[in-house]
Design a protein around this ligand. Structure first.
Ligand SMILES: Cc1ncc(COP(=O)(O)O)c(C=O)c1O
Length: 422
């Protein structure tokens, strides 16, 4: 029996030195009234910032942090979707990495834990972030508490009202959760004066979180898109590589869903860098069509325009996504590394409608029993399409995908979809 400690990596993997072209660096807007790069220096924990700009291929995971990863149940299981294979009558084998098995129910804890650890090491006692649907906020709330820190989470007001269970989990972990716009920052107060019923947005929540961190000398934690987040998420792919090796399997097709790109990058980049796997498929939402309609250009990673410009595939920071149920896929861009690899033809992409992913999710639930997060169901739809292609071509391929989270707190969303589509 192989011990968890032997599957969990000692180093994170960074794809930057293995990219086919140098990554265009983050930069300040030319006529900016303040430097976004300096702002990043002030609000991010120092080591996290260093890792954001490192070109080293492997970064050691500190022992204490490694222990914490093991405590929360890493490595997560790599499971075979045998009943789905049988249902589809495909000769392909389907495996999935189940990030829903973490206590917070998604991959987001992998970077929250690392960023909280480095904050704690610097003597920080309080961390701040924003959250939309709630997955990221939940991860930060747990990570902070695991390193004896306080956390403050600005939660977009509509989600705060519509997702009381997410709010409750964060509070049970010990976080202070404010609906954004809030009355604890000047930004929030000003918006509330103009419109007391403002529903909030991710951009406003982020501005409030950054302002709150600056005003109190706290650190701000970042949930996706930046290279350092994907670096921390590489534990997913590194574990999966080891788990496949133990099973004697060589992966052919690797699939993951994309919001900002952190679970996809964390899962797929170690395989790309170690030359394992033949095809890589990034899956987005057709309702937020960044891959089919986005441009590859410098843009702000945040809709508030407070962070440095990065070069990525983007619909523009002012793009207003429709209110789809997969809240985590409503992001306007895709991480710079992922964007570059798509542009270079190394990663393929797909986009699916909410209706399509709903049927894929239902089939997965009925064959495998797991309720996937609606975000992850995008990956499942691509897996089903690939498994059918393998059947039609009679190919005995190995398809591996990242199931980025469970959907047990998204049941009201699934219920609405069930009412619409049966
Ligand atoms: C379960 C789940 N999957 C995927 C995503 C998309 O984010 P990313 O592309 O950074 O992995 C989110 C974002 O909230 C999420 O909660």
């Amino acid at each position: 029996m192989v011990k968890n400690d032997e599957i969990f990596p000692s180093f994170w993997y960074n794809i930057i030195p293995d990219l086919p072209k140098p990554l265009p660096p983050p930069r300040d807007p030319p006529d900016a009234e303040f430097s976004r790069i300096d702002l990043l220096r002030t609000i991010m924990p120092k080591e996290v910032l260093r890792q954001q700009f490192t070109v080293e291929r492997y970064i050691k995971i500190p022992e204490e942090l490694r222990d914490r990863y093991l405590t929360i149940g890493r490595p997560t299981p790599l499971m075979r979707a045998k009943r789905l294979e049988e249902y589809l009558k495909t000769p392909a084998k389907i495996y999935f990495k189940f990030e829903g098995a973490t206590p917070t129910g998604s991959h987001k804890i992998n970077t929250a834990l690392a960023q909280a650890y480095f904050s704690h090491e610097e003597g920080i006692e309080h961390v701040v972030t924003e959250t939309g649907a709630g997955q990221w906020g939940t991860a930060v709330a747990l990570a902070a508490t695991m390193f004896n820190m306080k956390s403050t989470i600005f939660m977009v007001k509509v989600s705060y009202e519509q997702k009381p269970m997410r709010k409750a989990i964060m509070q049970l972990y010990g976080a202070d959760v404010f609906p954004s716009p809030s009355d604890v920052t000047e930004i929030g107060k000003k918006i509330l004066t103009e419109n007391p019923n403002h529903p909030g947005s991710l951009g406003i929540a982020m501005s409030e979180a950054i302002r709150y961190a600056l005003d109190h000398g706290y650190k701000y934690l970042v949930g996706s898109v930046l290279d350092v987040v994907i670096l921390h998420q590489s534990v997913i792919g590194l574990e999966a590589m080891k788990q496949l090796e133990l099973l004697g399997e060589e992966p052919d097709v690797l699939i993951g869903c994309v919001g900002g790109g952190s679970n996809f990058g964390g899962f797929a980049f170690p395989f790309i860098g170690h030359k394992k796997g033949k095809r890589f498929i990034a899956v987005g939402s057709e309702e937020v069509p960044k891959f089919s309609r986005g441009e590859y250009k410098y843009d702000y990673p945040d809709s508030a325009g407070l962070l440095p410009l990065i070069k990525m595939i983007t619909l523009g920071k002012d793009y207003v996504p429709p209110p789809i149920y997969s809240g985590g896929l409503r992001y306007h861009g895709a991480a710079p590394t992922l964007s570059l690899l798509i542009k270079e033809g190394i990663i393929e992409w797909r986009e699916y409608t909410e209706k399509e992913i709903y049927y894929a999710a239902k089939l997965f639930m009925q064959t495998q029993g797991i309720v996937p997060a609606p975000e992850s169901s995008h990956a499942i739809k691509a897996v089903i399409d690939e498994a059918i292609r393998a059947r039609n071509q009679n190919e005995k391929e190995v398809i591996v995908f990242n199931l980025s989270g469970h959907g047990l707190l998204d049941l009201t969303n699934y219920e609405s979809m069930m009412k619409r589509w049966g």
